[in-house]
Design a protein around this ligand. Sequence first.
Ligand SMILES: Nc1nc(=O)c2c([nH]1)NC[C@@H]1CN(c3ccc(C(=O)N[C@@H](CCC(=O)O)C(=O)O)cc3)C=[N+]21
Length: 278
Amino acid sequence: MALINGTDVARDITEQTTKRAYEFEQRTGRKPCLAAVLVGEDPASVTYVKMKRNRSAKAGIESRFVQLPAETTTEQLVAEITKLSEDDGVDGILLQHPVPGHIDERAAFEAIAPGKDVDGVTMHSFAAMAFSEPGFHSATPGGIMRLLEAYDVDLKGKHAAVIGRSPILGKPVAMLLLAKDATVTICHSKTANLDEIVRTADIVVAAVGKPNFITAIKPGAVVIDAGYNEGNVGDVDFDQVADDASLITPVPGGVGPTTIAVLLEQTVSAAIRRSEDM
Ligand SMILES: Nc1nc(=O)c2c([nH]1)NC[C@@H]1CN(c3ccc(C(=O)N[C@@H](CCC(=O)O)C(=O)O)cc3)C=[N+]21
């Protein structure tokens, strides 16, 4: 078993991003700008947004923070995001998921202008991922692909099992794996023979949101744990599967850091593209 070091991969990505952000500032006289929108005060979300803003600052990216009360309506949230979409000083928009249950999250995501969807959450970005057209990747799926690339994991003809089908994680990562010629099985809560499928997979991507849910894999499989459960606990029972895995991501230090690295990278790309379009 070998560990996939997400912190190292993220550092390499962010080193490049920092250079590109600096060049952008030299050329345009301003820093790339990421707007983070948080609805409510869920402590985990507050922490994630703080991490994203800290990492932005270190990379030379300005960040704006829009914090809205938990009672915010869909209409109010859509109006706030639309304002950011139309604001020339904003290059990227991140709406932290999840939003409170009374809000139509899809409607809120779709208020993000496609050119500013640096977190890859819109239908526009999803379609680009599904059709292998240029566009922004969902941050976590994009980060997962970078981990697989950095460790030279060959996906062609391999069986990849994705556990989870959420719009910004399971579904898009399945599309990105498919684009690399993997044979992809998407499993979810209604999947009848989940254990059996996971045990035949060469690559396992766990994105269910259930702590220590995956307990058995095929010997030699590559395991990517995209779970972020309370207390920094992943979806994979690391101790149970580590010996069988050829490569495995730890939690923390696996998928999390590359998620943020891809968000920042795409923010700088958005800034550059917008400056060229003007
Ligand atoms: N629109 C949206 N986009 C997201 O990308 C998004 C989101 N909503 N909502 C919440 C999840 C969660 N998420 C994490 C990012 C980094 C770490 C991360 O870097 N964690 C560190 C540990 C951090 C610590 O030590 O507390 C690590 O894994 O090494 C974790 C979780 C992004 N998410």
